[in-house]
Design a protein around this ligand. Structure first.
Ligand SMILES: Nc1ncnc2c1ncn2[C@@H]1O[C@H](COP(=O)(O)OP(=O)(O)O)[C@@H](O)[C@H]1O
Ligand SMILES: [Mg+2]
Length: 356
């Protein structure tokens, strides 16, 4: 499948983008030489959007978000929040932005409520308790308000991180894999709350490995791979570009090589693109001739994960990203190796493991 792209966000010409990246490049100097983590990323997130940034581990998502948050400097290019450059106009950009980082960072000496009050103080907000209570309630943290941060479970810490990022009511909210490794209940709580904030006017940029979350939530999606945008389109448009049907079944014997080359395999579960009935017949008869017996056949519509795998496979290009390129980048997973971690588990489907 070809890389897909559409022009920048459909924002009114006069209104600045909620988030704008222009030619953002980041080069790390490593002992092995320069390593380009981002190679000229340009994209706009329009005010009011929920925008998804997807890519395999090491693609550069967290680096891009760190540049937006002012935690890392871009080697070249600019980033801005509602028209405020994150370097030249850092205080304004920071006030408008709330970032939930991928890593859990918290001060172990304070209770949750104290931490939120201190955070409010950084933004000059003295009487913020109504909003703090709303946050605690909406995130299911009300009974943990006086608990010490270090006593919170992992899931509760994750909720606390979200509360901290939102304590100053930022207009633009960025969530970097907020649902990696968290239970279904927290995922639902979190996305309900994020949807509410979006309805109330906040713009949201999120990264997630759970592609069904992105499919359900995001109006537009950018896919990045090895520091480059390889697809950027409306979610509906991306979905319409996938082959329309997928044949899914269970099989205990190896697939014939021609099918293995295009299959997605997770344990016994095999998924094959099959746009037409003839494709279905062809696949099943090829397996029968090879002596295989299929079970639990079903045909489903292609989803965002199919598109993601197509895009990541199609964009497999020259590797030249500097001698420091120690992380090869997952690319299209080996179809024979159950590529989609946890894809049949209670957490839903995910792409790759959580990076750290
Ligand atoms: N300080 C650093 N020095 C060298 N390489 C780095 C540094 N930080 C990140 N990288 C590399 O940059 C690439 C992008 O990382 P990251 O932005 O965390 O990707 P993602 O969030 O998409 O998983 C990775 O290959 C990572 O190893
Ligand atoms: Mg990351």
């Amino acid at each position: 499948m070809r890389p897909v792209s559409t022009p920048a966000a459909p924002a009114a010409a006069s209104a600045p983008a909620a988030i704008a990246f222009r030619g953002v490049t980041k080069i790390h100097h490593t002992p092995k030489g320069p390593f380009e983590a981002l190679g000229g990323v340009s994209l706009d997130v329009a005010p009011g959007e929920i925008f998804g940034l997807l890519g395999p581990n090491g693609a550069g998502k967290t680096t891009l978000i760190s540049i937006l948050a002012g935690l890392t400097r871009a080697t070249a290019g600019t980033a801005s929040v509602l028209g405020h450059d994150v370097v030249a106009d850092a205080p304004q950009a920071r006030r408008l932005l709330g970032v939930v980082p991928q890593e859990l960072v918290f001060d172990p000496f304070f209770s949750l409520r104290e931490a939120l009050r201190i955070q409010s103080g950084y933004f000059g907000l003295r009487r913020n308790d109504d909003w703090i209570d709303d946050l605690l309630h909406s995130l299911g943290l009300a009974d943990k308000a006086n608990a010490n941060m270090r006593q919170l479970s992992g899931g509760m810490k994750r909720r606390a991180m979200v509360a901290q990022a939102l304590v100053h009511k930022p207009k633009v909210i960025v969530l970097d894999e907020p649902t990696a490794g968290v239970d279904v209940e927290l995922r639902q709580t979190l996305w309900q709350f994020v949807s509410r904030l979006n309805r109330e006017g906040s713009t949201v940029l999120l990264t997630t490995h759970y592609l069904e979350e992105a499919e359900a939530l995001c109006s537009r999606i950018a896919m990045i791979k090895r520091g480059q945008v390889v697809a950027l389109a409306k979610t509906s448009e991306l979905l319409s570009r996938a082959s329309s049907n997928v044949l899914r079944f269970k099989l205990d014997t190896p697939l014939p090589p021609a099918l293995a080359a295009v299959a997605r395999v997770t344990g016994r579960v095999v998924q094959l693109p099959a746009p037409t009935a003839a494709d279905v017949e062809h696949a099943l008869s090829a397996i029968r001739q090879a002596g295989g017996r299929v079970e639990d056949i079903e045909i489903r519509k292609a989803d965002l994960e199919d598109v993601f795998l197509d895009v990541m496979g199609a964009s497999e290009g020259p590797q030249g990203r500097g001698v420091g390129a120690t992380e090869p980048g997952p690319g299209r997973p080996n179809p024979a190796s159950a590529p989609l971690g946890g894809s049949e588990g209670p957490q839903g489907r995910s792409v790759g493991a959580r990076s750290s």
